[in-house]
Design a protein around this ligand. Sequence first.
Ligand SMILES: *[C@@H]1O[C@H](CO)[C@@H](O)[C@H](O)[C@H]1NC(C)=O
Ligand SMILES: *[C@@H]1O[C@H](CO)[C@@H](O)[C@H](O)[C@H]1NC(C)=O
Ligand SMILES: *[C@@H]1O[C@H](CO)[C@@H](O)[C@H](O)[C@H]1NC(C)=O
Ligand SMILES: *[C@@H]1O[C@H](CO)[C@@H](O)[C@H](O)[C@H]1NC(C)=O
Ligand SMILES: *[C@@H]1O[C@H](CO)[C@@H](O)[C@H](O)[C@H]1NC(C)=O
Ligand SMILES: *[C@@H]1O[C@H](CO)[C@@H](O)[C@H](O)[C@H]1NC(C)=O
Ligand SMILES: *[C@@H]1O[C@H](CO)[C@@H](O)[C@H](O)[C@H]1NC(C)=O
Ligand SMILES: *[C@@H]1O[C@H](CO)[C@@H](O)[C@H](O)[C@H]1NC(C)=O
Ligand SMILES: *[C@@H]1O[C@H](CO)[C@@H](O)[C@H](O)[C@H]1NC(C)=O
Ligand SMILES: *[C@@H]1O[C@H](CO)[C@@H](O)[C@H](O)[C@H]1NC(C)=O
Ligand SMILES: *[C@@H]1O[C@H](CO)[C@@H](O)[C@H](O)[C@H]1NC(C)=O
Ligand SMILES: *[C@@H]1O[C@H](CO)[C@@H](O)[C@H](O)[C@H]1NC(C)=O
Ligand SMILES: [Cu+2]
Length: 791
Amino acid sequence: MKGIAVVGLVASQLAAVTALPPLGYERKLVREALTARDVSGISCSDGPAPVATAPKTNVWAPITPEDNRAVWDLLYNPATGLNLTLPDDATVTDNYIFWIDTIHANKTGVLPYLDGDGPLPPKYARVVIFEGSRSDPGSQEYMVGPLPVGNTTIIQPYDYAFNGGSGGYVPFNARYVDSTKSAIVTPLMTAIMTNISDITQALFNASYFGPSNRSTTLTTTAGTPVSFDGTQQFRNIMFRIPGVASYMTPIDFFLLINCPGTDPSKFSLKGFVTNEQFFETEADLRAAFEAGELAQEYTQTLDQSWALVDYKPELGSRPFDRQPAPSSIELGGKRYAIDMKEKYVEYMGWSYYMSYTRLHGITFYDIKFKGERILYELSLQEAMAQYAGNQPKAANTVYHDTYYSLGVDIATMIEGYDCPFGATFMNVTYHELNASTVNQDAVCLFESDSGYPLSRHRYGGGNTSYPFTRLGVTKGSSLTVRAIATVGNYDYMFDYSFHVDGSIEITVRASGYLQSSFYYPDQGAWGPRIAQATQGSLHDHIINYKADFDILGTENSLQVSELVVVNVTQPWFPELGSFPQMQLNKSMMTVEQQFNWAPNNEAMYVVLNENVTNAWGEPRGYRLVPGKSDLHLTILDSPWSFKNSEFAKSHLAVTRQHDTEPYSNSWQNINLPMAPQHDYSLFFDGESVEKEDLVVWFNLGMHHYTRAEDVPVTLFTEAQSSIQFAPQNFFDRAQDGDLLNRRYIVVDQSTEEGVLNYEDYGVPLPQCMVAPSEPVLEISPTLSYEFEAEL
Ligand SMILES: *[C@@H]1O[C@H](CO)[C@@H](O)[C@H](O)[C@H]1NC(C)=O
Ligand SMILES: *[C@@H]1O[C@H](CO)[C@@H](O)[C@H](O)[C@H]1NC(C)=O
Ligand SMILES: *[C@@H]1O[C@H](CO)[C@@H](O)[C@H](O)[C@H]1NC(C)=O
Ligand SMILES: *[C@@H]1O[C@H](CO)[C@@H](O)[C@H](O)[C@H]1NC(C)=O
Ligand SMILES: *[C@@H]1O[C@H](CO)[C@@H](O)[C@H](O)[C@H]1NC(C)=O
Ligand SMILES: *[C@@H]1O[C@H](CO)[C@@H](O)[C@H](O)[C@H]1NC(C)=O
Ligand SMILES: *[C@@H]1O[C@H](CO)[C@@H](O)[C@H](O)[C@H]1NC(C)=O
Ligand SMILES: *[C@@H]1O[C@H](CO)[C@@H](O)[C@H](O)[C@H]1NC(C)=O
Ligand SMILES: *[C@@H]1O[C@H](CO)[C@@H](O)[C@H](O)[C@H]1NC(C)=O
Ligand SMILES: *[C@@H]1O[C@H](CO)[C@@H](O)[C@H](O)[C@H]1NC(C)=O
Ligand SMILES: *[C@@H]1O[C@H](CO)[C@@H](O)[C@H](O)[C@H]1NC(C)=O
Ligand SMILES: *[C@@H]1O[C@H](CO)[C@@H](O)[C@H](O)[C@H]1NC(C)=O
Ligand SMILES: [Cu+2]
């Protein structure tokens, strides 16, 4: 496959260039190499995807840059009375806009449009305003619309999506810690650390004189949450050796500060932690230091090159590794069509719309297979992580990544590595202040070989004079939509795969830096030593999703088929008496609830429409099929995740769909574990879920049992979790019979030689596979530096 050989060379040459072009530039070069025709005229490239035409306007499309600017200008118009200050000029006691994004139209408004002649639902912007000048300073969300801004546009509090009792309001102490808010804590931090710089210098050969002081040789990170219920605020600060891999080079020193409210004169030192000891005052710390009680046994590395994701010559090399690795390429040309403007995709019977928000990244709507709706919405809700350790930062770390606007961290992917060569890329656009930013090539779509056939069987038959063998096999393939969000230390890779048999697979994988701890020899229970002075901190990842099923309408039920063992007697087995067999014990869930996968998977969960049956009289439905690593949060009553993380505490849940319950979490919930702005557990208020519009919420995740192999970064091979939605009596038979990408072979064995009848249904082998590659024999890895291009 010469086209691939060319790409491999260019990619490796690129890898050798250490200049710093933007990522998009590198991808462009790789793409140009891929699309260049090779000498023999055979091309593996397939050009852009065919164009589809969305049947309806994408009503979930994000607001436009023009809308963002118009909303900004409207809000900054003094006539609104919002009394806004420009963010650059703002202090904590001013009002200013934090961000503007999209509020999706209500389902009740969308369905009449989608399925009938209903009007196009109006668009709304979601605006977060930090309101420091009010008597109860905090953050308030607003709903601004309809858009575009005109004489009917109104500004109203966006309260209905939050059930904690204070609507879209979050008190100052729990409000997002932006640079304006953190700036008022810096002076105290700087003063305290400057006063003890002789101690940190002696213990760690490093000190802190403030974030922008040139003598500062430490970087800081504080625990999250910073409040329990909004009446207090604190910082549990860990110090690290600065650099690109500072997550991997923490030191054993922590500063704890209380910093409630907007007035810095009320802030105070809570204490210091080092050597697993707590010192309430500088005097106590100094006394221990002077008594020689704080000597450090391990020294953190200043050099972080061991933690970079580049080639490490000291690990040696492997035979044949100068050859490009196998690549997945859409050899026969793209088999999916896209309406780029409406973000609408069609593939092998599938169709769906895509949207994007800064909080949730890419989301899916109106997912249909062969024209029938399966899901109204499929969307990420939250990516959570909770850490553990005998030090203040690990103990005080719970992340809700929507807090950091996970969607804006979806960025450029590298063709051929992050996504297969020839994948289709899409941009995402988000808004900062009155401007908009395009993250190029942040989403990719590609069809790939499943790596295994969808179905196959080999069977014999005939009679002694005409024995034969038949073999039928169907190609397995799927269309995957992928995005990677690098939220601080972690790279979450989100995959949504649409298989040709009508099943959907959702997978999340994690790579990136561990949030690590300083290594304490007695603390193996919190994770292993993974580097010179670094311990991999034990933690959980819980990734929460919403799946609003609409199986042939909105009147759905959730059927549970439990495997039960029953004793039976059968008259034809009198010798057995009573003997056990397994049966399905079928029931419908009656009320909203959180629930877990059954032990040993001895229960099947199916979302179905009791009123619509297949040819065999069975209700048509989709099964929730557990995949890899389906789990929930380990600690259910931690003070750091007490009532703001209820979504993470069961594998699954089912609720009635409500326009007022669009999300399982609120992005600023993290700093309110004891008084949540949004309490997911309140969704479960006893409503019936029989023949109702159902939403299934589910969690993927990992208990991250950290290991030396998390250095430099966690590996996607192991750190992954998945679920599948598969037709369950939705059809009358498997949806493979209509696929032409198959082979059907009949071997007539009645003659000595046999007669082979080989049916390819007119689908030939792809052209580029005609020239099979000769194996390239390597004499030794060091000698074969030049890649052998002659195949
Ligand atoms: C507007 O906000 C400023 C602070 O930015 C405050 O001093 C002033 O009192 C506010 N005005 C009104 C009318 O609330
Ligand atoms: C959605 O429905 C709720 C409840 O009826 C309503 O308060 C809200 O304004 C609607 N939101 C949008 C975006 O139309
Ligand atoms: C609102 O604006 C539209 C045009 O944008 C105009 O036709 C209409 O008269 C205006 N209505 C009012 C009440 O100003
Ligand atoms: C730092 O030390 C000076 C001199 O001892 C003292 O006046 C000051 O209060 C100290 N500051 C802090 C924040 O501890
Ligand atoms: C102390 O830190 C400085 C850089 O801040 C470094 O140059 C020096 O080598 C370090 N000393 C030791 C003993 O590690
Ligand atoms: C940096 O910190 C040192 C030590 O406290 C101090 O003397 C110096 O003035 C600071 N420099 C700046 C620019 O603040
Ligand atoms: C992505 O953005 C770049 C730069 O703005 C633009 O050239 C390109 O056409 C965009 N891609 C798509 C698929 O819209
Ligand atoms: C955005 O806001 C800034 C600050 O007010 C202003 O200088 C700039 O002109 C605005 N840009 C646009 C496109 O409105
Ligand atoms: C064996 O099968 C062939 C093909 O179906 C049929 O033509 C033939 O009559 C069969 N022979 C016997 C003995 O049944
Ligand atoms: C089946 O019968 C056995 C033997 O009587 C008994 O121990 C067992 O509990 C029964 N199991 C069930 C599921 O009833
Ligand atoms: C079947 O499930 C129902 C409740 O859903 C339960 O009452 C019944 O005992 C179960 N039957 C068996 C045989 O386990
Ligand atoms: C669904 O079935 C029930 C009986 O099981 C019937 O009363 C109802 O009218 C049906 N609804 C529809 C929409 O067909
Ligand atoms: Cu992890």
